[in-house]
Design a protein around this ligand. Structure first.
Ligand SMILES: [Zn+2]
Ligand SMILES: [Zn+2]
Length: 440
């Protein structure tokens, strides 16, 4: 299993400028946090890498040279906001303004956080540069595109003939293809990123969404190199008997079922296309959509300050929204841990382990006929379990079995705003109120 830190893009560069550090210093900080959190949550990767890895950068550049050679890349001029003070184009999050659809301020150049629509920087009403708040001018800039429409028929065949795609991924992708695929922007006027390898694109970098997805391959290449078997990556990506499975949320369906397979097909290298894309529905937080910018949710480092990693692992996997959106609430989290994990699963395992030696000795004893006393004792031992009507054992000598793992005290969560918050909750609320780092 491989994954990595997605380290490029306008949000990183904007954040680094605001903090007066380099993007590399910022991503180093985050990469350390991510690797530490992954370890704390007991998640094991064969290779957890980063998109600043030299292996990834080299692979991406070679990959796009091949696509260019194969005739899937073209150049076109586009209109972009340009800041005359900073002497730079303002792609994506370098520009903010009013959303042309819901009139929310500040909507960002690439997306409105309020209505969720994907935006083009030039569509913003009353745009301003995020660095100095001046009004940008509109200026022409050369841009390179991936000719996705050329692959419509092949992609339609792939989606229709792949029995492992879940319904949501298949339906969404087929409707996308039916509506007509559009060329995908490949470059950005940003200094931070992987330099675009196209002729005349010396001052451009590859758009983050179009290179991070190639990390699935480069991470396996890096893993193979680390293991001193550099060609072993081919077994996973070029051997038709191999299967690659992707775990994503439904917002990433277009990139994993259309764009990524499209890139692989355009390379003519014979890569295995995603065999299964396990695309879940959304999980909400207390009835609201998680939002980094609006501070809705629990941050990964805060989660561990509140409860043990194993509690989170169980609660999140059991809430996995496979068929429909699910909702995380503190009450449900508490119920899952106290009732499901500790009472049901915990006690099942605990009783199995603690009763095993006794059962073994009973079996060996039963080679001999039971005495009158043994029969009476066996009946007495079984009686409480037979007569129990609720989920809790009433037998005094068994009561401790139900408390083998610590439960979350019910007063640890506060749902009534008029009551003072318990210590941990108050801490979380305070931290939520502070400016958090944004990350994409
Ligand atoms: Zn500016
Ligand atoms: Zn909006």
């Amino acid at each position: 299993m491989v994954s990595g830190s997605d380290e490029h893009g306008a949000p990183i560069e904007v954040e680094a400028i605001k903090r007066k550090i380099t993007p590399r210093q910022l991503t180093n900080q985050y990469h350390r946090v991510f690797t530490r959190s992954i370890k704390q949550f007991n998640i094991q990767f064969d290779n957890y890498t980063r998109t600043e890895s030299p292996v990834h950068k080299k692979f991406v550049q070679e990959f796009y040279r091949t696509l260019d050679k194969n005739g899937y890349v073209f150049k076109q001029n586009i209109i972009l906001p340009y800041c005359e003070n900073d002497k730079r184009f303002l792609p994506d999050r370098f520009v903010e303004g009013e959303c042309p659809y819901c009139h929310y301020i500040p909507a960002r150049g690439d997306q409105c956080d309020n209505c969720g629509r994907v935006l083009d920087p030039k569509d913003l009403l009353n745009p301003y540069c995020v660095l100095d708040h001046s009004t940008p001018i509109m200026k022409e800039s050369a841009s390179w595109f991936f000719d996705l429409p050329k692959l419509s028929d092949q992609l339609k065949k792939y989606v229709e003939e792949n029995p492992n795609l879940p319904e949501n991924a298949r339906n969404f992708s087929l409707s996308w293809i039916r509506d007509g695929l559009k060329p995908r922007s490949l470059t950005r006027d940003l200094a931070w990123g992987i330099p675009a390898p196209f002729e005349g694109a010396q001052d451009k970098t590859i758009y983050v969404w179009m290179e991070a997805v190639l990390g699935y391959i480069s991470a396996v290449k890096e893993w193979a190199e680390k293991n001193k078997k550099p060609s072993q990556w081919k077994k996973y990506w070029l051997d038709p008997a191999s299967r690659n499975i992707h775990f994503i949320g439904k917002d990433n369906i277009p990139f994993h079922v259309i764009v990524f397979p499209g890139l692989l097909l355009a390379s003519h290298e014979g890569y295995n296309l995603p065999w299964e894309v396990a695309s879940t529905e959304y999980i909400q937080f207390e009835g609201q959509r998680f939002s980094k910018s609006q501070k809705i949710g629990v941050w990964i480092d805060e989660a561990l300050e509140l409860e043990d990693a194993e509690y989170w692992r169980y609660a999140i996997i059991s809430l996995r929204p496979e068929q429909r959106d699910t909702n995380f609430t503190w009450e449900e989290f508490e119920r899952k841990i106290n009732t499901e994990l500790n009472d049901v699963v915990g006690n099942f395992i605990h009783r199995t382990i603690t009763r095993r030696p006794r059962t073994s000795s009973t079996i060996s004893k039963r080679r001999q006929p039971l005495s009158e006393r043994e029969r009476t004792m066996a009946l007495l031992q079984d009686r409480p379990r037979r007569s129990r009507t609720d989920s809790r054992c009433s037998c005094p000598d068994r009561r401790n079995d139900w408390n083998t793992a610590p439960t979350i005290p019910s007063n640890n969560r506060n749902t009534n705003p008029s009551q003072p918050l318990p210590r941990k909750e108050a801490k979380l609320a305070t931290r939520r109120g502070h400016q958090r780092e944004t990350w994409c």
